[in-house]
Ligand binder design. Structure first.
Ligand code: ADP
Length: 622
């Protein structure tokens, strides 16, 4: 039930379309956010990568100089012993030893070894046999050793090895002993204690190690790295031939990545070696080794992460600002669009209403013009109808003076023959009066028939009444109607049109006479004019049967008289009702700014009142 009513409130299709709209907007938002986040990730990764690479470059520069320094120190240290070997080879006591005179040589060797910090100094014959040594322990045959072979060739032999005799890593420099004649007669070998050389820089940063051509780490500032055999493995024959197999250890587990031409090692399971390290190497042919360094890249990585974080933070802040600005602009644009839409709708509605109003006004104006035309036609028709009504009375009115004129003229003729000039003069005077009266009647008639189109003028109601009474006098007389009217002494000026007012009043008087037509008892029309403030009231009251339907009397074509309803009285004036008289009068009085009312009088009969504006100027129209 509830669902059904909800559905009725919100139709399903509009629900679906608004849901689809929302999903669409959400989808667009998600795509925008994901795209933005991807961009942020790419940018921050790029920023981080650049930072990492530049930090690596710096690290490489520093590392190379560190490695060069360490290598210099080592080679410098070792070369001292090489020079010692060369110098000792020139010593006469040593040369004498080879020649068979070993007096004092052992002492010399020991003293020299002590003073120079050498592990041992040996004098070896050309056959490789040891003739004398500083340590005096053992008599090894050096014949097959590479350093010895090299010395026998007249060059300087360099070698490193772990000798059982010293039970430690040693570096050997073998200098040839030349006889006076020239050929090599033996060699002086200086044995260097690698531990002593190493001790100075053990634990220093960065991690530095020196590997020999067999891939074995022989010297390092990290003791755990010593004897780590790399690449060639522990099974490498040369290595195991040179080093005791139990001495060698597997090289630390590591993977290598290339970062812009730089090798980054990821080292596992080493406590004193950085986990992620930049690997640098420097060949040292003088000591037949390769110097290597492992530089911790953690600071570079931290810097890179920081840089990436900063880039991401800047991007996110910028994005958030952009998002807020876009949202704000979108909200504003939405509100604007809504407002514009509302304004457009309202404007369209207003324009439509305006057009309708204009159309209506046009129609009304046309109708009004038509009405005016009809009204003026009706006025004219009403006038003509009144004329028709009056014509009988008027002809009677004119006929009477005409007959009188004729009699007066005939009488005057006879009196003239008799020479009674006075009577003739009197008759002529009467004839002149009568013709004046006839002229007045005719003038009224003509002005009545004329179309009055002028505007409003000041009209004296007394002259209107005189004209009306003149026109109705004959009928009133014949119908035995008594018209009671006392003309005011001063002019009563109203705003209107004289002829139109005559028409209105004439219609009221004629209607009253029509109503009382055939009435046996008193036929009485009372006309009153009174001024109240700025208004003038003219009332026509009769003693007839009163109004049948007072509400309808002003309706056009409302009449209770039948056309030519056999009411042609003895004067020929008939009640040929058209039902236009009062409606035309209504229009005329309204056009004067006044009003006309009709009602039944409490004491019988009907009373009509015409209220008009009194003239402000008080002047009588001419
Ligand atoms: P008409 O005179 O052609 O009928 P009017 O508009 O002048 O048209 O009058 C309309 C009707 O009003 C008359 O038919 C009559 O019924 C009624 N009427 C007007 N004046 C009077 C009056 N004084 N007494 C009674 N009825 C009247």
């Amino acid at each position: 039930m509830l669902f059904a009513s909800t559905l009725r409130l919100w139709p399903l299709d509009s629900l679906v379309s608004s849901l689809a709209h929302m999903l669409n907007a959400l989808h667009t938002h998600i795509i925008a956010v994901v795209t933005f986040l991807v961009m942020v990730v790419v940018l921050s990764a790029g920023g981080g990568w650049l930072g990492y690479m530049s930090a690596l470059d710096q690290l490489e520069l520093r590392g190379r100089s560190d490695l060069a320094l360490a290598a210099d120190r080592l080679t410098g240290e070792l070369l001292r012993y090489r020079e010692l070997a060369v110098l000792m080879a020139d010593h006469p006591t040593v040369a004498a030893t080879v020649d068979g005179d070993g007096n004092g040589v052992a002492e010399l060797l020991r003293v020299t070894a002590d003073k120079t910090g050498s592990l041992d100094i040996l004098v070896v014959s050309v056959a490789g046999r040891e003739l004398a040594s500083a340590s005096g322990n053992g008599a090894e045959n050096h014949a097959k050793q590479p350093y010895f072979t090299r010395a026998m060739d007249g060059a300087l032999g360099v070698f490193h090895l772990v000798q059982r005799r010293y039970d430690q890593r040693t570096f050997l420099f073998a200098s040839p002993l030349f006889s006076d004649a020239g050929p090599v007669i033996g060699a002086v070998i200086v044995v260097v204690d690698v531990n002593a050389v190493e001790a100075v820089w053990r634990g220093a940063r960065p991690t530095v190690f020196f590997t020999d051509e067999l891939g074995v780490t022989f010297i390092s500032n990290r003791s755990e790295m010593v004897f780590m055999a790399r690449e060639v493995g522990l099974t490498n024959r040369s290595a195991t031939a040179e080093y005791a197999p139990d001495l060698l250890r597997p090289f630390m587990t590591h993977s290598i990545k290339d970062r812009g031409g730089l090798a980054i090692w990821t080292v596992l399971g080493q406590r004193y070696v950085p986990r992620a390290a930049l690997h640098l190497s420097l060949p040292l042919p003088v000591i037949q080794m390769t110097g290597e360094a492992l530089l911790d890249v953690a600071p570079a990585q931290l810097l890179a992460r920081l840089q990436a974080g900063v880039v991401a933070a800047i991007c996110l802040a910028f994005g958030a600002m952009l998002f807020l600005a876009t949202e704000r602009r979108r909200t504003l644009a939405d509100a604007n669009a809504k407002l514009e839409g509302a304004v457009q709708t309202r404007t369209a509605e207003l324009s439509h209403a305006n057009a309708e109003l204009r159309h209506e006004v046009g129609e009304r104006t046309a109708t009004e013009a038509q009405l005016k035309k009809v009204q003026s036609d009706l006025v004219q028709a009403g006038k003509l109808s009144a004329l028709g009504q009056m014509s009988a009375g008027i002809s009677h009115e004119l006929n009477q003076p005409l007959m009188a004129i004729r009699s007066y003229a005939e009488n005057a003729e006879s009196y003239l023959e008799r020479g009674n000039i006075d009577v003739v003069g009197q008759n002529l005077g009467r004839i002149a009066d009568l013709s004046r009266r006839m002229g007045r009647i005719i003038r009224n008639l003509r002005s009545f028939a004329k179309q009055e189109s002028e505007g409003l003028t000041d009209v004296d109601l007394r002259s209107v009444m005189v004209a009306v009474l003149e026109m109705t006098q004959a009928r009133a007389k014949s119908s035995c109607v008594q018209i009671v009217w006392t003309a005011p002494k001063t002019p009563l000026i109203v705003r209107g049109g004289e002829v139109r007012l005559q028409q209105v009043v004439l219609n009221l008087v004629t209607n009253a006479m029509d109503a009382m037509e055939g009435q046996s008892d008193l036929q009485h029309i009372e006309i009153k004019i009174e001024k109240i403030d700025a208004r003038v009231n003219l009332s026509v009251r009769d003693t007839g049967p009163g109004l049948d339907e007072p509400d309808r009397i002003f309706d056009p074509f409302y009449t209770t008289k039948q056309i030519n309803q056999g009411a042609i009285n003895h004067d020929g004036v008939g009640q040929n009702g058209m039902g236009l008289g009062l409606s035309i009068s209504y229009g005329l009085v309204q056009s004067f700014g006044g009003m006309i009312r009709g009602r039944n009088h409490p004491r019988g009969g009907a009373i009509f009142t015409v209220t008009l504006d009194a003239s402000l100027s008080g002047e009588v129209s001419t």
